[in-house]
Design a protein. Structure first.
Lengths: 217, 258
């Protein structure tokens, strides 16, 4: 039984990791674009972007999942289709939007915390804006955002379980299924171990990166 | 013809007029010191020369080449401004070294990038020149240290070497010792003095009066966004003619005695 459960949970865990990884792949760059929008000189860009960030950060991710999955159908557009693939994509869209907004605020904080003097030093040394960003600013920003980023990314590991609300197959759903089929609850509790090990590994990874970047201040 | 000619420079921030008709010339190989109380516009003037601020009007000419003309309504491109900046070097009060690079890397970064734009990077030559400059600053044994491992005086000397690495026509100092302990001030001033002896063209904004007098050929006293007095450094500082200059210098020497 234990081996059977473990195997089933591993399958669920794979889906969880997939949602996690794809969310990062899309949300990390999208967040950077959003952060530039929220720092734009032009109010017509800045305010709408800040408004969207407010909506996304101000409402539960679970609600966003439901609106994105069921919303289009209500107004007559069945964009997600019938199968499970549609659910997965809907969940991914919701996660990417939600996490991109959180990441954008972390980027913004990191970028704005770099002293103006760093930009000015680059300018008077005849560097282009692009060179200043790439060669001077970027690594300093990365160093500063690693701690809040690791926090957010570890939260994402556990937030993937929210996809359960639109019946996406993932770790929690895999554990839950044994309640219905075999009337046992321990597989559900067992899922906790998978989350723990995964977030533990991520914690180690971020500690390693932090240490790598500790050679400067 | 003077190396640098500054004519009728004016600059306001909102309603506050910070520079009101600034005029001065600087000859090649000479050093000019700019003194005056905080808020007199000294730093803004340096920032205008380095195109960190854009003057509202006036002209800035280097070697007969008009770099800035307030009457020219055309907006210069980022690339044009970048080219113009290269005439000037700038040493900041707060050093502004790049923390993720060693002393040597700080000096080599801009020349390497500049060489890349021209297509040919002779890294060995750039490194040799950077090491030479570090040696001149007395920091050879610090070349592999990161800024946070250096004292303020050492950081500022690296910053001077970094500015010199691009061989600017004119090196500007914005209160280079104001962020330093008195003990560390001397080592930075010695380096600048050495540059003056080598006939480096310099503009030095400073609160160190004795230094301003001894190192610079000319001195400018600024107050309220105007040049009140300018002339040979020794004369302006030892025998000021204007009432406002006398007042500033006597206040200054009084605080020095405290």
């Amino acid at each position: 039984m234990f081996a059977e459960v473990t195997l089933a949970l591993l399958k669920g865990f794979l889906s969880t990791v997939q949602l996690f990884a794809l969310t990062l792949v899309f949300a990390l760059p999208l967040g950077l674009v959003i952060s530039f929008g929220s720092m734009s000189r032009f109010a017509v860009i800045r305010y709408p972007v800040k408004f969207i960030i407010w909506i996304i950060r101000g409402t539960p991710l679970m609600l966003q999942l439901m609106i994105i999955y069921y919303g289009p159908g209500i107004i007559g557009y069945n964009v997600w289709g019938q199968g499970n693939g549609g659910r997965d994509i809907a969940a991914l869209v919701a996660f990417v939007i939600n996490y991109a907004c959180y990441f954008s605020e972390i980027y913004r904080g990191g970028i704005q915390s770099i002293p103006q003097g760093q930009y000015e030093a680059g300018k008077v040394l005849g560097m282009t804006n692009h060179e200043i960003f790439r060669k001077v600013i970027l690594l300093q920003v990365i160093k500063r955002i690693i701690p809040p980023m690791s926090n957010e990314i570890i939260t994402l590991v556990k937030d993937t379980s929210l996809a359960r609300i639109i019946a996406v197959f993932e770790l929690i759903k895999a554990g839950e299924s044994f309640m219905k089929s075999d009337g046992i609850i321990w597989p559900l509790f067992y899922t906790g171990l998978f989350y723990l090990v995964f977030s533990g590994l991520l914690t180690l990874l971020f500690h390693y990166i932090e240490k790598k970047l500790s050679y400067f201040r | 013809m003077a190396l640098l000619e500054v004519k009728h420079i004016k600059k306001s921030f909102g309603r506050t007029s910070v520079l009101k008709d600034i005029n001065f010339n600087l000859e090649e190989g000479q050093a000019i010191s700019i003194i005056g109380s905080s808020g007199s516009g000294k730093t803004t003037l340096l920032r205008c020369l380095n195109f960190l601020e854009t003057p509202d009007s006036g002209t800035i000419t280097v070697r007969g080449d008009v770099l800035f003309d307030g009457n020219d309504s055309r907006e210069p491109s980022e690339e044009e401004i970048r080219q113009k900046r290269l005439h000037f070097g700038m040493v900041f009060q707060s050093f502004n070294l790049f923390p993720q690079y060693t002393a040597l890397e700080n000096i080599m970064l801009a020349p390497t990038l500049a060489a890349k734009k021209k297509g040919a990077v002779d890294e060995e030559a750039i490194r040799r020149r950077a090491l030479e400059l570090l040696d001149q600053m007395g920091l050879t044994n610090r070349k592999d240290n990161y800024p946070h491992q250096l004292s303020g005086g050492q950081q500022q000397r690296v910053a001077i070497a970094r500015a010199l690495a691009l061989s600017p026509d004119i090196l500007c100092f914005d209160e280079p010792t104001s962020a330093l302990d008195p003990e560390l001030t001397g080592e930075v001033l010695r380096v600048i003095r050495g540059l003056a002896e080598k006939k480096t063209t310099m503009i030095i904004v400073t609160h160190e009066m004795a230094f301003a007098r001894d190192v610079a050929d000319q001195a400018i006293f600024m107050d309220g966004g105007r040049i009140i007095e300018q002339g040979p450094a020794k004369e302006v500082i030892d025998n000021p003619k204007e009432e406002r200059t006398k007042q500033f210098l006597s206040n200054y020497s009084r605080t020095q005695e405290d």
